[in-house]
Design a protein around this ligand. Structure first.
Ligand SMILES: [Zn+2]
Ligand SMILES: [Zn+2]
Length: 302
C-alpha cells in the first residue's frame, strides 16, 4: 500500500506552521507518494456571514471570537479569502517542481454549511480544487458555542452533528469524511445515543461509498482516561469498532499542522490502530465533484 495523505494544513489557517513548500518537502522526506493540500476552506463574504450569526452568540468567548474574526475577515482557523489565489498559484508551481517526487492535489477541508454548498460547487466546477473533504466542526457560523469538539456536548448536539453530516455527505461535494468521531471528544460516554449516531454515520458513508478518515490529530494528543478507559479522544475505539462492523473504507489522515507531523512513527501508530480494529484501509478514493443539477456553480466568488 502506498503512503498517502490528503489532509495537510499550512500556516495560512492561522493555527498551523509551515508553508506549502515546507509541508510538501516534509511529506516527500517520509515517503508519501500522493499528497493532498487541504487547509480549512476560505470563505467569501465572510463579514456578512458573521453579522448574520450575531443573534446566535452565547457567552463571552464566542463574542470575542466573532469580533476577532470580523477584524481579520477570517477567524484564526481558516485562511483569509484574499489569500486563496496566491495559495493555489504556489500549489500549481509545486506540482510541477516536485512532479518527479510526489503527486500533489489541491483540496480544502470544508464545513457542512448549506449556505456554502454553491460556493463549494463553484470551487470544484472551476477546477480551483481537485477535491473537498468534509470536516464538520460547527453547527453554524463557525463560532465557539457551536463547535462540535467542545466540552459538554449534549445529546441534542450529537444528533444535530449526525443529521448535518448525513445531509452533507449526500451532496456529493465531499470525497471523504474527516474525523467522523469529532463529536465524541466532548460527549465522553458511549451510550445508546452515541452508538446510534456512530452507526448512522458509518452506514450513510457506506451507502454512498464515501471513506471515513482515521485522523492523527487526536493521536498526537495522546491517550486520555475517559470513564476508566485509556483511549484516544479520537480516533475513538468504540466508533471504529462500529465502522469495522459496517465495513467502511478507511483512509489515514495526518491532519498535518506542522512539517514535523509527517513522520513514520505516526504512520505506524495509525496503522497499528487500523489493524487492531480490522479496518479496511485504502490508499486512493474517487474525487467527488458534487451534484451539478442541484448546486449552482455560479456563486459570486470574486
Ligand atoms: Zn478538522
Ligand atoms: Zn484538518
Amino acid at each position: 500500500m502506498k503512503k498517502v495523505n490528503y489532509h495537510t494544513h499550512t500556516y495560512r489557517c492561522g493555527h498551523a506552521n509551515g508553508n506549502e513548500e515546507e509541508m510538501i518537502q516534509a511529506a516527500i522526506e517520509m515517503g508519501i507518494e500522493d499528497l493532498g493540500m487541504c487547509g480549512h476552506v476560505p470563505l467569501p463574504h465572510y463579514r456578512k456571514h458573521l453579522i448574520q450569526s450575531i443573534p446566535s452568540i452565547r457567552g463571552l468567548r464566542s463574542l470575542l471570537g466573532l469580533i476577532r474574526a470580523f477584524i481579520k475577515n477570517g477567524p484564526g482557523m481558516r485562511m483569509p479569502y484574499k489569500q486563496l489565489e496566491d495559495h493555489l498559484d504556489i500549489l500549481r508551481t509545486c506540482q510541477k517542481k516536485y512532479e518527479d517526487q510526489i503527486h500533489i492535489y489541491k483540496g480544502f477541508e470544508a464545513e457542512g454549511l448549506e449556505e456554502y454548498y454553491n460556493y463549494y460547487q463553484t470551487l470544484l466546477y472551476e477546477h480551483k480544487v481537485d477535491y473537498l473533504i468534509l470536516g464538520h466542526h460547527f453547527h453554524k457560523h463557525c463560532i465557539h458555542n457551536y463547535y462540535y469538539g467542545k466540552e459538554k456536548m449534549t445529546k441534542k448536539d450529537i444528533y444535530l452533528y449526525c443529521n448535518e453530516v448525513e445531509k452533507a455527505l449526500e451532496t456529493g461535494l465531499f470525497s471523504y469524511l474527516a474525523h467522523p468521531d469529532l463529536f465524541l471528544i466532548g460527549y465522553n460516554r458511549f451510550d445508546l445515543d452515541a452508538q446510534t449516531v456512530s452507526r448512522r454515520i458509518c452506514e450513510k458513508a457506506k451507502e454512498l461509498n464515501i471513506p471515513l478518515e482515521v485522523n492523527a490529530g487526536g493521536m498526537r494528543r495522546g491517550v486520555k482516561k475517559i470513564n476508566n478507559e485509556s483511549i484516544y479522544l479520537y480516533p475513538n475505539t468504540h466508533f471504529w469498532k462500529i465502522a469495522s462492523e459496517v465495513g467502511n473504507d478507511v483512509i489515514l489522515g495526518f491532519d498535518a499542522h506542522d512539517p514535523s507531523d509527517f513522520n513514520n512513527a505516526m504512520y505506524n501508530q495509525m496503522m497499528r490502530f487500523v489493524n487492531e480494529h480490522q479496518l479496511h484501509v485504502i490508499d486512493h478514493f474517487e474525487f467527488l465533484q458534487g451534484n451539478f443539477e442541484k448546486y449552482q456553480a455560479e456563486y459570486d466568488i470574486r
